[in-house]
Design a protein around this ligand. Sequence first.
Ligand code: AMP
Ligand code: GLY
Length: 415
Amino acid sequence: MRVLLVGSGGREHALAWKLAQSPSLGELHAAPGNPGIARHARCHPIRAEDAEGILDLGRALDVDLVVVGPEAPLVAGLADALRGLGVPVFGPGRRAAAIEGSKSFAKEVMEAAGVRTAAPLPEARAPCVVKADGLAAGKGVFVCRSQTDVDAALLALGPDTEILVEELLEGTEVSVFAVCDGRTALPLVPAQDFKRAFDGDEGPNTGGMGSFAPVSGIGEAVLEELVSEIHRPVLAELEARGMPFVGLLYAGLMVTDDGPFVLEFNCRFGDPETQSVVPVVEGDLLEALAAAASGELAGLGLGTAGRAAVTVVLAASGYPAEGDRGSPIRGVDECEVSGALVFQAGTALRGERLVTNGGRVLAVTGVAESVGAARAAAYAGVERIECAALRFRSDIALDAAEGTPALGSGGARTD
Ligand code: AMP
Ligand code: GLY
């Protein structure tokens, strides 16, 4: 199979790493990719947002499958355009991608599908959550516990942003990914990510500073129940509306004392959850993505390797407000020799030298038989990276490693 992977982040590096292990892979191409992805794929200097460029490339390479990583090209209709050319795509069309692109559409679909989500509130009064109604890369959400928080949120979003206000849910967050072919949903191992910038869940929301998988308390039976209650009704609703969802349906859940509620849907793999999920998925992910793209997922299964993974993101010191460019990065090889996986995100090559080129720069993943051991491997790897311009959280997966149940008491359903 000749595959084109669209995107350039740590998520795409993790996908490239996994796809490269598939016996059914012939050639892997990436657009635009990054220096890490270039170790597994031939990179083409075409931006993910350049739909014409991607279409031309897909045609020129005569690819058998396009896997689209980021949300923006999906929401803009890249998958529809590729399908129009007869190219199989793992990624939803524009209308189905609105499940991520428009929070009000997502709410409407959830209501129609009978999926529980945070209740809308008529006004921005604390406690509440204030959200921008559009794509904001995880940065358009303000959890407001006081009226001061509300005022700050409204100021940050500005008067021209469409906003939604909803009830503030308390509990444990879990990201549940399912590979979907429009009808069938095949769940992947559940993960947790760490969205706040600083230790102790302090600071602004970011794209994600770390992750781990699996999540204790969500074994196969609970996972199956979650997917049956959440992903499958949403797939059925979208199909009934003539916009079948083919791609990765990511449910961001809050597991409360009263059970699971959906915080958001994303129409693509999560970043940095993918860097923890993919290393513990056992089996041929490429085969599953290709089967999904051609509507033939039924009957296929993907196992988990019975291992755990923890991912620590190294981000620019000023992230999420600012990225960093051009600072030298050393120690990637040493980090890999230590046994950790290094997934590159905001990196570039200056001559032979690897340098920073963005907000989230590297993701270091430890894989081991337990979350505790995976965490130790991840941080041992991080120690080998030398770059003055980067920082990381030191408490990723700390509670999970210490055996604190990942789910609140009432939500602690186990199988
Ligand atoms: P979203 O982009 O909607 O997932 O929101 C980003 C983050 O904000 C989530 O991962 C949660 O940490 C938090 N969040 C969003 N909605 C709520 C809610 N209704 N209650 C509590 N936290 C929320
Ligand atoms: N890790 C959150 C996201 O990918 O949206």
